[in-house]
Every structure is written in structure tokens, then in C-alpha cells.
Design a protein around this ligand. Structure first.
Ligand SMILES: [Zn+2]
Ligand SMILES: [Zn+2]
Length: 343
């Protein structure tokens, strides 16, 4: 059958095409994509920052939800109609990271929807082992938040956030907000530092303390509020030099800093502070299998993440949706309704 697919064709342009769907081979499952969110990485693709990796003939998209539409030979446990999400990682199985059990940071990790075709198409065929089943009553638009939520779950778990700890999240975009939600669920007092006023307003509406480094000295304020202790855990989600400056200034003695942002440039880091206060720096990348299951469970408990969805557009408007996201710094998460009749 013919399906609709949005191809990234290079230079910030997409082409909507009718193509033949791919029947699942042995060990594979075909999923009818219901919704697929636009990720920060997808925006980097659109802005032309990843042309060498993506090429000019690629269906991107990975923050998806959908239903099983065909099952390949040898696949057990899935039936047509099952609601699912995809954990979009392909590991090699042979490298030192894989052998040590860290398949999510495989040395040859391939990301489905960047290094292979992804979910901005009506039917997406993937290996069965990357699927996670959803509760029957979970709305599929909310389920499109499982993948970014799994990122946040992984970050908070890596940082070891505990009940009663003071947490500062630097950067209030979608991932920063999700990290804040998960950290609060883990029992922490969370402050979000962000420069965009409408994002700060949303954060306050979601019940978070906020700070704008353009208007105040955030480190001084956190020190004052914590009796000069500082933040037990700091998440650097801004990817900026001022964010990196703030993270070392504000971290408590023996505090943990979790590096979530992708820093394309090498920032300047106050290493003296690491020595002086015995700070730990923790890297966190992608997610493990259990993080996906935890993300599904948190979203089905109604943790409030659905408030981050600021726009839903049909697949035909995908190019406009990308354009709108880059032009409007106030927007948070845009979902593409990939298949119209999907619920
Ligand atoms: Zn993503
Ligand atoms: Zn590997």
C-alpha cells in the first residue's frame, strides 16, 4: 500500500511523498505512527547542522506513539492494534560498552530516525526488541512524550536525586521541564533557571520555583534560600557558557552536576570549584530499557507533562511546524499527527 512520508531533503527542506510501505521482515514489527513530536535534534537537522549525518533523503522523527499494524515472522508478544512506542536505539552488541551492558551508549550506536528512517511516516518498520507496550487507556498524543520523558528519567536516575534534596535545572526547554517534573516526583525541591519569560511562566504554572539569570544573580539566590549550602544536584540543560558557569557556582559541597545538554563547543569550566567542594560531574546520554518503562509508568500516573504540548499539526503541515518552532522561542513541544484517523 502507499503511505505518506515526510522526507528531509537537505538545506532545511522537507518533501511530502507517497511511498510504498515496508513490510516487516523476520523479527520486525510495522507500526502505524499516530503522533510524533519534534525534538531539539530534529530542529538541528532542519537548521542544516547535521547534513553529513542525515543526507538529503531521510525520514526523521523518533518521539512517537502508534499501534502495531503488521508483525513479522518469529515475533512473539505483539498483536495488530497493540499501542506501542519505540526506543529508537540500535546497538552493535560487540563493542566494550555493549559487552559491559551499556548498550544505550554503544560505541557504534545508531539512532533510529536519524541514522535510519524514522517516524514522520504513516507506517514505520522496526526491530521488535525496540518496542515498549503502552497501557490501553493512555492517550497516544501524551504517549509521544514517552521518549523525551525517558531521557529525563535517565538523567534523574544517573544523578541519584533523593527525597528532600535541592535541585536546580538550568534551561527550561522541554527536556529541562521534564527533568524538573521527574526530580520533583523523586521528592526534590526544584528550581528552574531560564531566560525566556513565557517558559518561566509555564514553569511557575506547573508549580516550580523559577529564576531568570538576566534579572538576578541565580547562584546568590539559591545560596540564600538554602542557608548557603547550594543545590545538591544541578542539571545543565542549557548548553551555554553562562549555564556552565552557574552550575559550578551553585553546586553544594559534595553536590552532583549532571550534564544533559549537548555542548558542541568546549566550554570553560571552573575545575578549581570541583576540587574545592568535592563536586561530582555525571554524564547522562539517551536511556536504558528500564527508563522507558519508568517513563510510561510516570506518564500514565498523570505527572503533568501533557502541559508541555503547545501545538499539534497534521503531517501535511510538518514543514510549517518546523518553521514555526524555529521562529517562536515561546513554543515548547509540537506534535505531528502523522496518521489522521489515529486516536
Ligand atoms: Zn528526542
Ligand atoms: Zn556496541
Amino acid at each position: 500500500m502507499k503511505i505518506d512520508a515526510a522526507y528531509y531533503t537537505g538545506n532545511g527542506s522537507f518533501e511530502l511523498r507517497k511511498v510504498e510501505d515496508v513490510a516487516p521482515g523476520p523479527g520486525e514489527v510495522q507500526v502505524e505512527t499516530a503522533f510524533c513530536g519534534i525534538c531539539g535534534t530534529d530542529l538541528h537537522v532542519y537548521l542544516g547542522h547535521m547534513e553529513a549525518r542525515i543526507g538529503d533523503n531521510r525520514v526523521i522523527g523518533h518521539e512517537m506513539s502508534g499501534r502495531v499494524s503488521a508483525v513479522g515472522d518469529g515475533v512473539e508478544g505483539y498483536r495488530i492494534g497493540d499501542p506501542v512506542v519505540v526506543r529508537p536505539l540500535a546497538h552493535c552488541g560487540h563493542c566494550p560498552a555493549c559487552k559491559a551492558g551499556h548498550i544505550h551508549v554503544c560505541h557504534k550506536l545508531k539512532f533510529l530516525g536519524l541514522d535510519t528512517d524514522g517516524a514522520f511516516q504513516n507506517r514505520w518498520t522496526v526491530p521488535a526488541h525496540v518496542l515498549h507496550k503502552l497501557p490501553a487507556d493512555m492517550p497516544l498524543d501524551q504517549a509521544a512524550l514517552v521518549e523525551p520523558m525517558a531521557v529525563a528519567v535517565h538523567d534523574v536516575r544517573r544523578a541519584g536525586v533523593a527525597v528532600g534534596e535541592d535541585v536546580l535545572v538550568i534551561g527550561g526547554g522541554p527536556i529541562g521541564m521534564l527533568v524538573a517534573l521527574v526530580a520533583r516526583h523523586a521528592g526534590a525541591q526544584v528550581t528552574i533557571s531560564e531566560v525566556n519569560e513565557s517558559r518561566l511562566k509555564l514553569a511557575r504554572n506547573m508549580g516550580f520555583a523559577t529564576a531568570n539569570p538576566r534579572n538576578e544573580n541565580v547562584a546568590e539566590r539559591i545560596m540564600a534560600e538554602t542557608g548557603d549550602k547550594g543545590a545538591d544536584v544541578v542539571f545543565e540543560v542549557s548548553g551555554t557558557q553562562p549555564g556552565v558557569d552557574l552550575m559550578t557556582e551553585v553546586a553544594a559541597t559534595r553536590g552532583r552536576i549532571c550534564m544533559v545538554a549537548i555542548h558542541a563547543q568546549k566550554p570553560q569550566i571552573d575545575l578549581f570549584r570541583f576540587f574545592w567542594r568535592e563536586i561530582e560531574l555525571i554524564g547522562a546520554r539517551t536511556y536504558e530499557i528500564g527508563d522507558f518503562d519508568a517513563a510510561i509508568s510516570l506518564l500514565s500516573q498523570g505527572i503533568g507533562a501533557d502541559r508541555l504540548i503547545t501545538d499539534i499539526r497534521p503531517l501535511a503541515e510538518l514543514p510549517d511546524a518546523f518553521k514555526a518552532l524555529t521562529e517562536n522561542p515561546d513554543s515548547m513541544k509540537t506534535l505531528i499527527r502523522v496518521t489522521e484517523e489515529a486516536v
